[in-house]
Design a binder for this molecule. Sequence first.
Ligand code: ADP
Length: 293
Amino acid sequence: MTLLDGKKTSEAIQQEIAAEVAEIKANGGKVPHLAAILVGNDGGSVTYVNNKVLACEKVGFGSTLVRYEDDVTEEELLNKIQELNESKEVDGFIVQLPLPKHINTQKVLEAVDPKKDVDGFHPANVGRMVAGLSSFLPATPYGILQLIERYNIETNGKHCVVIGRSNIVGSPMSILMAKAAYPGNATVTLCHRNTIDLAYYTRQADIIIAAVGIPGLITADMVKEGAVVIDVGTTRVPDATRKSGYRLRGDVDFDNVAPKCSYITPVPGGVGPLTIAMLLKNTLRAARNEVYA
Ligand code: ADP
């Protein structure tokens, strides 16, 4: 059994990006710049955005953090997005989700110029992905593809069972694993909350990608010997022995499932650390005008 080390992979990718930034600087080019819009003071969101800004500094990107109180109007937000769309300095930007209820999230996401949509949430990028055109891939699926690729995991002709159909993980993952490329060329089954007898499908899987948010949903009896298991779940469960009072648990019962696997991601330290690296990668691609060239 091999652990898929997301932390190590993420650091390697960030080092590659830093080297590219150093080269851009040496050639007198424009340094990539990421902006983030953060609304409100939700602890999780504040931490995520701060980590994204810190990661920018580490690889040598420019960064801008735009903060609003919870009561910001939709119009103010849309005006800021327009300003970032037109900015010569900002190559890519994200709007940290979730947004307060009085704001129409879809409208906000669709206001972002697809060429600067480094989260890959704009329908134009989703559509391009489905059509097999170059697009900004959402960070989590992009990170999973990197893990598969960097560990040389075979996907051609394999049965890949994706569990969860969210717009940001499960659905794009099912499309990417089926497309005619590597990683890809898999036979894909997409399971979700209406699936009858989930274990029937997972037992046949060569590759399981679980993005459900139910700790320990995937148990050892549901997994075939030698399977590749990728766990996207990160649910906070109470843990009195931790200073924070909680720990992260994946969708997979790691202790019992791991011995059966050829490869498995730990939680934490698996898919999670890759998301920031892939956001930086998308920003670099935006700065290079690679996606919409
Ligand atoms: P994420 O952002 O990690 O993708 P979401 O909470 O947006 O997570 O989505 C959870 C997904 O998990 C949904 O698509 C839902 O259909 C799926 N799901 C929820 N419960 C089950 C279950 N018991 N079995 C299989 N899939 C489930």
